[in-house]
Design a protein around this ligand. Structure first.
Ligand SMILES: O=C(O)C(=O)C[C@]1(C(=O)O)C=C[C@@H](O)C=C1
Length: 381
């Protein structure tokens, strides 16, 4: 039977009453006292985290192994669980991520490769997931992100995999056909697109430049507000912002960070067609991680003969028999033979735990190609 409904940080609270100016001084003194306690506790926490690091060194582990996504997910879930507000869960999660990021960076900051240049949504995803105490390394292409991680020049990589408006980023999925890397996390980022430029209004715009995914996410807005204006696809939103800075008449569609990095005016904000426009990113690394208690697994498999009747149904039967929920399925050309396909599927659970473990053993027997690309904690906010 479900328990009583928990009080959440989302509940609306009464606004505090207006206070005489004289009281402000005494409130500030209380804040100073609380800050002193928070500060002491932060450093105490950092010292304990350092001891965890020393134990990991004693076990022969290296920088990339210090990062534990499953533990971080558990810490964040606990923070949400005990949060009574007034701070929102999003803010609490952001603060605790930064605390863990700083604790982890005491030895050597993690190096995280992402699809650059500076100011892309991928960079925002890196900072959202790993906090600001990492070294974020911008790469020119998705392929380079994979290569840097595989070569050990970066500890982890962050690549976009799907957008809620525009669908799959095929290039990322195709990289897994060749790469031995593992998926060790996912990040969901709400994407707000803005129209940026040196000009102050729409009439001065003769072309709009952006990554093709962003142009597509704002298609209706562009049809309505800039009909007939040329749309140019750029390699990234940041590259589009650079062009908007350097070329007269060019506006860019990009995020807030790009406006700041390239010194552009915000001509129109939040121009994405769907108000819930979200991009999902994958964190890639060289080794798998343990279960966190609420995990997802991504599989890559092929039947060999996808054209005979019932093949996909037969392959998926072990999942249904073991009561496994499938949250996503994509097919891509195998790049081996004409009309030959591979499937990427996301299922709930960790590959090392029942009932998924048993389901995968059965599925593996039926498939001609079968790989667990990774089991990782479901995104925490
Ligand atoms: O628990 C650990 O293994 C730690 O290293 C501590 C800690 C933390 O600050 O809580 C830091 C980094 C890890 O990614 C996970 C957690």
């Amino acid at each position: 039977m479900p328990g009583p409904k928990k009080k959440t940080a989302k509940t609306k609270r009464a606004q505090p009453k207006a206070t005489p100016a004289a009281d402000i001084q005494s409130f500030r003194e209380r804040i100073d006292g609380i800050d002193t306690q928070i500060h002491q506790l932060l450093n105490e926490r950092a010292r304990v985290a350092k001891q965890v690091g020393a134990s990991k060194v004693a076990q022969g582990l290296h920088t990339a192994d210090f990062y534990r996504p499953e533990r971080e997910a558990q810490v964040l879930r606990k923070a949400i669980e005990r949060n009574e507000g007034p701070l929102r869960n999003e803010e609490i999660v952001r603060l605790f991520r930064e605390i863990m990021s700083a604790c982890l960076a005491q030895e050597e900051p993690l190096k995280v490769a992402f699809l650059g240049p500076e100011g892309t949504f991928s960079q925002q995803a890196v900072l959202k997931h790993f906090g600001h105490s990492v070294r974020a390394l911008p790469m020119g292409e998705i392929r380079e992100v994979f290569e840097e991680v595989q070569a050990g020049h970066a500890d982890f990589g962050v690549v976009p995999v799907e957008n809620s408006t525009e669908g799959t980023v095929n290039h990322t999925l195709d990289m897994f056909l060749m790469s031995p890397l593992k998926i060790c996390g996912e990040v969901e980022l709400r994407i707000h697109q803005h129209l940026l430029g040196k000009m102050s209004g729409l009439p001065a715009i003769s072309r709009v430049c952006s990554h093709q995914q962003s142009l597509a996410q704002c298609r209706q807005w562009l049809d309505e507000h800039l009909p007939g204006v040329e749309r140019i696809a750029a390699s990234s939103n940041a590259e589009a912002a650079r062009r908007a800075r350097d070329e007269d008449g060019t506006a860019a569609i990009a995020g807030q960070t790009a406006a700041e990095v390239y010194g552009l005016n915000l001509i129109a904000h939040d121009i994405e067609d769907r108000p819930d426009n979200t991009t999902r990113f994958l964190v890639i690394g060289r080794k798998p991680f343990d279960a966190s208690g609420n995990d997802k697994t991504t599989l890559l498999f092929s039947a060999g003969d996808t054209q005979s009747p019932g093949t996909l149904h037969r392959l998926l039967t072990p999942l249904a028999q073991n009561n496994i929920s499938m949250t996503r399925i994509e097919s891509r050309p195998s790049r081996k033979h004409k009309w030959d396909y591979v499937f990427f599927i996301d299922v709930q659970g960790h590959a090392s735990e029942s009932p998924l473990k048993e389901a995968l053993e059965a599925l593996k027997k039926q498939a001609s190609l079968f790989r667990v690309l990774g089991s990782y904690p479901c995104a925490v906010l």
